[in-house]
Design a protein around this ligand. Structure first.
Ligand code: PLP
Length: 319
């Protein structure tokens, strides 16, 4: 198994820059997770660094994971597997399966992709893992989107970088916005904030790109509890009041967007030189602006986390 220096060396904090945008008289800053230097970066690359350490310890021979044809997670895990010299098998829901820049790269990395109806995903994964074990192989399974305690831990680390930035610059962020999917990124940020025991009222606001609030809250609360159980033992702090998972800007669900989103993407690219995709980052940035307007937020320092997905930008351009 090959070591990958860019994943084993300490990650330098991703940059935070102020933007030109002054919507509703707020100051906007952006943390560029898309600049993480592996496989086009993004939050799945930060999570993958934690899976990488665990894989180096456990020495499996195959990595198994799942995700859709547009999954950033699958691209990064397949890239990591090819760089480590490991086999990679991906299970993908066949419903609305579409070839994207991500799925083309996933194939280029030599991963095998098995599609099945969405309701059979869980069974197909179990069957595949069992089959590998039966022939004496050692598979390593990663949940879709890098969900789980290692993924959460990755965003506790990102929150520490945000704290360091605040301490060094003297700028305090009143609100932090980002695209929330499985909620693992959000759970990590909330855990990081709880561990920092701040005494201000900083809000962490996940803009749902797919799930309804009910389902979203449940999964994020589980992730927070799971993380504290494994790493920090007793969670006596009130985390429920800190959970803001906003589902008003889902635009009908995963992958769906409207003209508001594409206009926002064009404007941010032209004015700030920053690419965003329609499924996650552009949708969340546009949702953040609607939230600011709907909640009459002004005069704040606002941090937006660019969670990556750069290859999806190229799928959407000109469409
Ligand atoms: C997966 C993904 C998200 C959502 O992250 P979660 O941790 O699943 O909430 C946001 N942005 C991009 C670009 C992603 O690929």
């Amino acid at each position: 198994m090959n070591a990958i220096p860019v994943l084993s060396q300490r990650l330098q904090s991703t940059p935070i820059y102020e933007l030109q945008d002054t919507f509703c008289e707020n100051h906007f800053f952006m943390k560029r997770e898309d600049c993480i230097p592996f496989s086009f970066g993004g939050n799945k690359a930060r999570k993958a660094r934690f899976f990488y350490q665990d894989i180096m310890k456990k020495q499996p021979d195959t990595i198994v994971t799942y995700g859709s044809g547009s999954s950033n997670h699958c691209r990064i895990i397949a890239n990591m597997a090819s760089a480590m010299g490991l086999a990679c098998h991906i299970i993908s829901p066949s419903d609305h399966y579409e070839a994207t820049m991500n799925s083309k790269m996933t194939e280029l990395f030599g991963a095998t992709i098995e599609t099945c109806p969405v309701e059979q995903v869980s069974h197909t994964i179990d069957a595949y893992l069992e089959q590998l074990i039966n022939i004496g192989q050692k598979p390593y399974f990663i949940q879709g989107g890098g969900h789980g305690n290692l993924g959460t831990a990755a965003y506790v680390e990102a929150y520490q970088e945000i704290l360091e930035y605040e301490q060094q610059s003297g700028i305090q962020f009143d609100s932090i916005f980002f695209a929330s999917g499985t909620g693992t990124t959000q759970a990590g940020l909330v855990c990081g904030q709880l561990l920092a025991r701040r005494n201000d009222d900083q809000k962490i606001i996940g803009i749902s790109i797919a799930r309804t609030a009910e389902r979203g809250y449940e999964v994020i609360a589980d992730s927070i509890r799971g993380y504290f159980e494994e790493y920090e033992s007793n969670l006596s702090i009130d985390y429920e009041s800190r959970l803001i998972f906003e589902d008003a800007y889902r635009k009908g669900g995963y992958g769906k967007f409207d003209e508001e989103v594409t206009k926002t993407i064009d404007s941010v690219l032209c004015k700030e030189g920053i690419p965003m995709d329609t499924t996650y980052v552009g949708k969340a940035y546009s949702g953040m602006k609607a939230y600011i307007q709907d909640h009459a937020i002004h005069g704040q320092n606002i941090l937006f986390i660019h969670t990556g997905g750069t290859p999806l930008f190229f799928d959407a351009i000109g469409k």
